[in-house]
Structures are given as C-alpha cells and as structure tokens.
Design a protein around this ligand. Structure first.
Ligand code: MN3
Length: 200
C-alpha cells in the first residue's frame, strides 16, 4: 500500500510564491488521488504492490495495469520528489554541484534560464527535469503527463510540475510568473544532495 508522504513544511510555508490553497489541494487531493488509483491498479498484483515506487516504475508491468501504473505511480513518484525539493528557507547552491552547473550551463543564472525555457516549452501538462545520466552528465528534459524521469538510468536532481493544477489558482494562465516565483522556494541543499548521490 502506498501512502501519502507528509509535507516537510506547512501548507502555507511557501507563501507568497506558492499559495496555501494550491499546496493543500495539490498535496491532499491531487497527490492522494494518484496514490489511491495506484493502489487500486495494484490490487490484483500483491508482488508488485509491495515494491518501492522506484522499483515498481522500473519493473516489467502487466499490460492491463501498465498505463495506470505509469500515470499514477509516476504521479506519486514525481510529487513525492517535488515536495522535497522546495523549502521556505532557501540557500544558494554551492560546492561541486554549483561547479557542475557552471561548467554545463555557464552559470547559475544561465541554468535557470535554460530550465525555465524547457518548462515553458512543455505543451499541456508535464514536468521539466534536471537529470544526471548514467554517464554522469547533467541534462535538461521534458516529460509529458506524469511519465517518471527515472528511465534510461537517469537520476532526477530537480523537477518542476507545470500542470495547471500546480499554479492556476494564483497565476491563472501565467506559467512564466509561476516559474519565476518558484525559484524562490527551491531547496538547493536537497537538490545538491540529489546531485551528490547521483554523481557517485
Ligand atoms: Mn501536480
């Protein structure tokens, strides 16, 4: 049984960048719905149901539940990851991670621009990701819907939900404003940890 993870902060903690109501609905309704639908899809498959979400998503899945697991298991994985890479007390990136950003993208600002462009270029619902490839390269990728980033051996470092449910209440159709505000709540120490683990 998959269960909704607690947020590492209060629903209102990311104000004014991400509003309380959006956080509450996003966590308590949207994320919960992915989990409920995932558990339902796995009812007939106890062996799969007992797997950790990462292992489940990388498993060979039966045809009859494949899409449901990608959609809802992906949704569960992506949102669990997303809550952790935000924080009301942001600090700037530093150390080997900052060096890797600099050498790959030119500077932190250029990285933010490139990531923002990637997120802006998603047509409809999806996610923008910063990933470390099996060859230990930092790359940017778009994924449609809830397709999880952990395919082809890639490891997620930073991800942004650009489904409208992530921002519509406060920002309406202005995705660019949401992304600009979101940079203020990125949990760089956590992102750095993700990078250090993935680069080993
Ligand atoms: Mn979402």
């Amino acid at each position: 049984m998959h269960v909704l993870p607690n947020l590492p902060y209060d629903y209102g903690a990311l104000e004014p960048y991400i509003d309380t109501q959006t956080m509450e609905l996003h966590h308590n309704k949207h994320h919960q719905a992915y989990i409920d639908n995932l558990n339902k899809a796995l009812e007939k498959y106890p062996d799969l149901a007992s797997k950790k979400i990462e292992n489940l998503l990388l498993s060979d899945l039966p045809e009859d539940i494949k899409q449901a697991v990608v959609n809802n298991g992906g949704g569960h994985f992506n949102h669990s990851f997303f809550w952790e890479i935000m924080s009301p007390k942001p600090e700037n990136p530093k150390g080997p991670f900052l060096e890797a950003l600099n050498s790959t993208f030119g500077s932190l600002e250029k990285f933010k621009d490139a990531f923002t462009q990637k997120a802006m270029s998603i047509f409809g619902s999806g996610w923008a990701w910063l990933l470390v490839t099996p060859k230990k390269k930092l790359i940017l990728k778009r994924h449609s819907f809830q397709n999880p980033p952990i395919v082809n051996g890639n490891k997620p470092i930073l991800g942004l939900d650009v489904w409208e449910h992530a921002y519509y209440l406060k920002y309406q159709n202005k995705r660019a404003d949401y992304i600009k505000a979101w940079w203020n709540v990125v949990n760089w120490p956590k992102v750095q940890k993700n990078f250090n683990l993935a680069s080993k």
